[in-house]
Design a protein around this ligand. Sequence first.
Ligand SMILES: Nc1ncnc2c1ncn2[C@@H]1O[C@H](COP(=O)(O)OP(=O)(O)O)[C@@H](O)[C@H]1O
Ligand SMILES: [Mg+2]
Length: 245
Amino acid sequence: MNLISVKNVSKIFDDRPGERLVALENINLEIKQGEIFVLLGPSGSGKSTLLRIMSGLEKDFKGSITYGPDVSAKDFGFVFQQFALMPWLTVEENINLGLVSRAISNLEKKTRVERELKRLNLTKFRNTYPKELSGGMRQRLGIARALAIDPKVIFMDEPFSELDSFTAEELRKELLDIWQEQKATIIQVTHIVAEALELGDRIAVLTPRPGKIEKIVENWLSRPRKLRSEHFFKLEDELYKLIKP
Ligand SMILES: Nc1ncnc2c1ncn2[C@@H]1O[C@H](COP(=O)(O)OP(=O)(O)O)[C@@H](O)[C@H]1O
Ligand SMILES: [Mg+2]
């Protein structure tokens, strides 16, 4: 059973007078339970738009999105490039934010906040405000907040792009550890080929505008990935050839 089916999805932006921008054209995808699915393409290829459509944030489009019987919007967690944290709330309060309106007991909310503080190594910073944190710590918080709701699907839009490459690498490893214990499905947008290969089970390469699927590449590298292996470079080459700037 597929978790999310994308059928014949197209998106035209025509809200500005005299402008008609075809962002996505006839996208077809099936997301499988438990996989890491990566949308890879150059800037402007419609990755963020497609992620927004798949997650239900954007409702104005042609075609259809259908969810499997066990998922709905309340099972979706989000991690964004710009962190999207509330500056006036502490680390702990930011993690709690997504739980506020949930039908779970206060004790359960507290337990989940503690669980995520611990899992993302944020316990010492629980009373700290986002502006006092480094970029890497802010994104840890972004991930902690997404995980607190026990998401079945985590949508991530370039979550590591604002970080230096060492911090990004460390966080990717942690994300993979979490994914292995959580068994959530991850749908991630990136423009970085090596990141797509490190994370993705399958990688959809998008063309420049209008965004279409050039190819869906199966990543046959075993986990944990050997990042500088011959096979890694071979697949990296294959992906670069598919991406048209
Ligand atoms: N709200 C909007 N109004 C008009 N054009 C938009 C809007 N959002 C995105 N676009 C355009 O749609 C195209 C795809 O954007 P986006 O999905 O952000 O691409 P990506 O994430 O791959 O960089 C771009 O040309 C962008 O300028
Ligand atoms: Mg984008």
